[in-house]
Design a protein around this ligand. Structure first.
Ligand SMILES: O=P(O)(O)OC[C@@H](O)[C@@H](O)c1c[nH]c2ccccc12
Length: 254
């Protein structure tokens, strides 16, 4: 069991709902990345999903896509991000990377796992790594205590979800809606029953993500999950320096 799995399970046992903000590393100077993370930590974030910019982010909606473009235009690379994380002294909450598979392959799987562990990263989401290919990374990740967090589409057949859940580490990322990140208009109550089913299949925590943009969404999802992941709304508030919008998202955690 990885360290992240232990930590997230412990939260669940204490009945604490998780809040995992997604941010794009390099959207803004890397020198400010620690400050941003500490700010979210102080607001009550449980962990941070640290986006690694990529040129072809197929799962991303416009807000995150544009944040990635800004980071790429600034020349930000995975290596620079890891070296920046290595300098952190004030971050206490777990960091997870959200990188597309090519970025990790290009860097080197073993090299990534090793360096990620050294700098204190606890988990990774690789949205375009098919379950069938997970063995490509599973060995090095396990060896270096990096939790491979699966994305589970609620519409998948039950047998497939069961398989995914069995091998999962950290937590289960339950995708609320089919589509890209940042979709504001589709979040309704239809995933809620699925969350209940999913939670009955595992003792790992289940966090909901995609399309959660308001404090009300957070509360509504939390009633049926162990926590939430919020991306586009956080990325936008940080970029627009909209402090009120940012703090609003955390009200349930104050
Ligand atoms: O932006 P949203 O709708 O709040 O969704 C979270 C999401 O942004 C974050 O987890 C994420 C960013 N890029 C991704 C790619 C695939 C899966 C998930 C992600």
């Amino acid at each position: 069991m990885t360290t992240l799995t232990k930590e997230m399970k412990q939260l669940k046992e204490q009945n604490e709902k998780a809040f995992v903000p997604y941010i794009m590393a390099g959207d803004g100077p890397l020198e400010q990345l620690e400050e941003t993370i500490v700010r979210l930590q102080n607001l009550g974030a449980t962990a941070i999903e640290l986006g690694i910019p990529y040129s072809d982010p197929v799962a991303d909606g416009v807000v995150i896509r544009e944040a990635g473009e800004r980071a790429l235009a600034a020349g930000v690379t995975l290596d620079q991000i890891l070296e920046t994380v290595a300098t952190f002294t004030r971050v206490r909450i777990p960091l997870l990377t959200m990188a597309y598979v090519n970025t990790i392959f290009a860097y080197g799987i073993e090299r990534f796992a090793k360096r990620a562990q050294q700098v204190g990263i606890r988990g990774a989401i690789i949205p375009d790594l098919p379950y069938e290919e997970r063995d490509l990374v599973a060995g090095p990740f396990q060896q270096h205590d990096i939790a491979l967090i699966p994305l589970v589409a609620l519409t998948s057949p039950k047998e497939r979800i069961e398989k995914l859940v069995q091998e999962a580490e950290g937590f289960i990322y339950a995708v609320t809606i089919n589509g890209v990140t940042g979709n504001q208009n589709q979040l309704n109550d239809s995933p809620l029953d699925h969350f209940d089913t999913l939670r009955a299949m595992t003792d790992l925590p289940v966090y909901a993500g995609f399309g959660i943009t308001t404090a009300e969404d957070v509360e509504r999802m939390n009633a049926h999950t162990d926590g939430v992941i919020v991306g586009s709304a956080i990325v936008r508030a940080l970029y627009e320096q909209d402090r009120e919008a940012l703090e609003q998202l955390f009200v349930a955690y104050a």
